[in-house]
Design a protein around this ligand. Structure first.
Ligand SMILES: Cc1ncc(C[n+]2csc(CCOP(=O)(O)OP(=O)(O)O)c2C)c(N)n1
Ligand SMILES: CC(=O)[C@@H](O)[C@H](O)COP(=O)(O)O
Ligand SMILES: [Mg+2]
Length: 623
């Protein structure tokens, strides 16, 4: 069936009775491919029929499907001619794990971060109407996405529409882990409503029996605003806003889904189609542990076990362990996560201190202000958050935390290149967006051990601070004698002459190799662990420029507004003609691929950096 799809490139040509077989083949295909490459398995297994039904009902690329987050778009990719791309899924130069307009004209909007699909879809609707075009717009979002504020802003905005806009709520009762909050509770109630009719079955059955007026009454109940409707029609939250609610619909029944989509397409106005699916559907290990199979590396299909042996401690593990330890000693410490307790290493803390751990949902902006409130109330909040997701909380950091100098610690995981998730997830802007905020202290450890020390140190600061650390194994420095952390002071690892390398954060591991490579070529090379990007260690900078011909900064952040540029600005501000070579990321987005490959592509691997330094030094010598 998959071959037929590939040849015909149109699911509409598949016979109705062949659709369940196609769904089965898609699931087998996803399992086979993802067990080799890794990827977002559970969410994709859950939307196979939903995607098939959309593709059968609508016509792409004319109609626009907008996937929220986009991690569930794999069946859509298969059905739009990209089946062969799965061998290179999320690999450098290969197919992205998210929708990309540049990849296909059937990808209507690029996504990666949660809760954007309704806003983008609404934009499309208004563009369509103003240009007097005719197509359908369908935004597909999960129950997890409905914990994010943007979704409500968009629903509120969409409610006044007079033309068709289909919003599909793919409700699998899960975010990455268990979904949280009041909306999740409300959806759970709706789930118990009778499937699809939208009206209680018994009422409908009775009304159907009433001659002549029965059927019109059913239609009228849908249209009325009366309180009786509340008893009969689920989804009043949406209905009362002015959004037609259809559902709940059985999300693995293709025919029913197609029928529901046809109905939804007829509504003149915004319509929310509530679809019930099972995360991990069809693969027992993923059905049982949807969180574990949300995003995975290569695994064995027969057992569900990972193919990669995890032996070494990650920075995330170090953070989780240290936080738990510190929290035993200080009752004021509380932790916040925006639906990422697993990914940020908060689970041990959450287990040990359930009352002191807050999952706010996919709501980073709210999470920041909530942390500010906790701090104002006398607690010591730690917001554990991925670098790219914290972009959502920029105003809140300035307005609610830093302006009041509140002691919130931002434990910024996935800082730097994260790898296969690509552009939307690389944590390469945090130094730039945090560096411009007054009162903020910014730290980054060179090793796992130093992360632990920095967290302990940051808990004692009387203002906001951020500690950035990357995805992956924590560096263990041989014979590390972590010097005591002092405010705004770097750590001198080796002091020589000619070239001074000031490394910031986890690139230190590469810096050690760079120094070795340069020394092998006969250069004399100082190595400094920067520690603080804000405030800068200006005493160190003064000493460094006295005794070196070339100062090199290293960081895994875009150069604009980063560590290196602060050093350049410092020297320039004092009228010092110091040659600084900033080794950082270009003013661009970094696509998907393994971290090692991407670092090399970006010129931040040890060999390329050593070569660049040597060239710069020789140029400097010629002057
Ligand atoms: C702003 C932002 N924060 C966090 C994430 C990480 N994240 C990706 S998927 C997901 C859960 C989404 O749940 P839901 O929308 O219900 O989709 P499901 O995975 O259940 O299919 C989270 C928290 C993200 N992509 N964007
Ligand atoms: C889709 C999404 O945003 C998350 O699932 C993300 O892919 C998690 O990344 P990590 O694998 O680094 O936890
Ligand atoms: Mg969900």
């Amino acid at each position: 069936m998959l071959e037929k799809i590939k040849k015909e490139n149109d699911i509409k040509k598949i016979k109705k009775e062949e659709l369940p077989l196609l769904a089965l083949e898609i699931r087998r295909f996803l399992l086979e491919k993802l067990s080799q490459t890794g990827g977002h398995l559970a969410s994709n297994l859950g939307v196979v029929e939903l995607t098939m039904a959309m593709h059968r009902t609508f016509s792409l690329p004319e109609d626009k499907i907008i996937w929220d987050v986009g991690h569930q778009s794999y069946t859509h990719k298969i059905l739009t001619g990209r089946k062969d791309g799965f061998d290179q899924l999320r690999k450098y130069g290969g197919m992205s794990g998210f929708p990309k307009r540049k990849e296909s004209d059937c990808d209507a909007f690029d996504t990666g971060h949660s809760s954007t699909s309704i806003s983008a879809g609404l934009g499309y609707v208004y563009a369509r109407d103003l240009k007097q075009e005719k197509y359908h717009v369908i935004s597909v979002f999960g129950d997890g996405s409905l914990t994010g504020g943007m979704a409500y802003e968009a629903l509120n905005n969409a409610a006044s529409l007079r033309t068709n806009f289909i919003m599909v709520l793919n409700d699998n009762h899960m975010s990455i882990s268990e979904n949280v909050g009041g909306m999740s509770k409300y959806l759970a109630k709706l789930r118990t409503a009778d499937i699809y009719t939208g009206l209680k079955k018994q009422v409908v059955r009775t009304l159907h029996k009433v001659p002549v007026v029965g059927k019109p009454m059913i239609r009228n109940i849908r249209k009325t605003k009366s309180s009786i409707k509340q008893l009969l029609v689920p989804g009043m939250f949406f209905e009362d806003m002015g959004i037609t609610y259809l559902g709940p619909v059985a999300g693995h029944d293709i025919e029913m889904l197609c029928e529901a989509f046809r109905e939804a397409a007829k509504v003149e106005g915004p319509v929310l189609l509530h679809v019930l699916t099972k995360k991990g559907k069809g693969y027992p290990p993923a059905e049982q542990y949807p969180d574990r199979f949300h995003g995975i590396g290569p695994f064995q299909v027969s057992t569900g076990l990972s193919r990669d042996k995890k032996e070494k401690e990650t920075y995330t593990d170090v953070f989780g362990k240290t936080l738990t330890k510190l929290s035993k000693e200080d009752e004021r410490i509380v932790a916040i996560t925006a639906a990422m307790a697993g990914g940020t290493g908060l689970e041990p803390f959450q287990k040990q201190f359930p009352n002191r751990c807050f999952d706010v949902g996919i709501a980073e902006g709210h999470g920041v202000t909530f942390a500010a409130g906790l701090a104002a109330g006398g607690l010591r909040p730690v917001f554990a958050v991925y670098s790219s997701f914290l972009q959502r909380g920029y105003d809140q950091i300035i307005h609610d935390v830093a302006l009041q100098k509140l002691p919130v610690v931002f434990a910024i995981d996935r800082a730097g290149i994260v790898g296969s998730d690509g552009e939307t997830h690389q944590g390469i802007f945090d130094l730039s967006y945090l560096g411009s905020i007054p009162n903020m202290t910014i730290l980054a450890p060179k090793s796992g051990r130093e992360l632990s020390d920095m967290l302990e140190y940051a808990m004692k600061l009387d203002g906001p601070s951020a500690i950035r650390y990357p995805r992956g194994t924590a560096y263990e420095m041989p014979e590390e004698d972590c010097q005591e952390i002092r405010y705004g002071k770097s750590e001198i690892i080796a002091w020589e002459s000619q070239i001074a390398i000031i490394s910031y954060g986890h690139l230190f591991e590469e810096a050690v190799t760079v120094r070795r490579l340069l020394k092998e070529k006969g250069y004399s090379c100082t190595l400094v662990n920067g520690r603080f990007a804000k405030p800068l260690d200006t005493d160190m900078l003064e000493e460094v420029c006295k005794e070196h011909r070339l100062v090199v900064s290293m960081e895994e952040n875009v150069q604009r507004g980063g560590f290196g540029e602060s050093i350049i600005a410092y020297y320039a501000g004092r009228g010092k003609a110091v040659r600084v070579l900033p080794l950082a990321l270009p003013d661009d987005y970094v696509e998907h691929g393994s971290i090692g490959v991407l670092r090399k592509e970006m010129g931040l691997d040890a060999q390329t950096m050593a070569d660049r330094i040597e060239t710069a030094y020789q140029e400097q010598e010629k002057l």
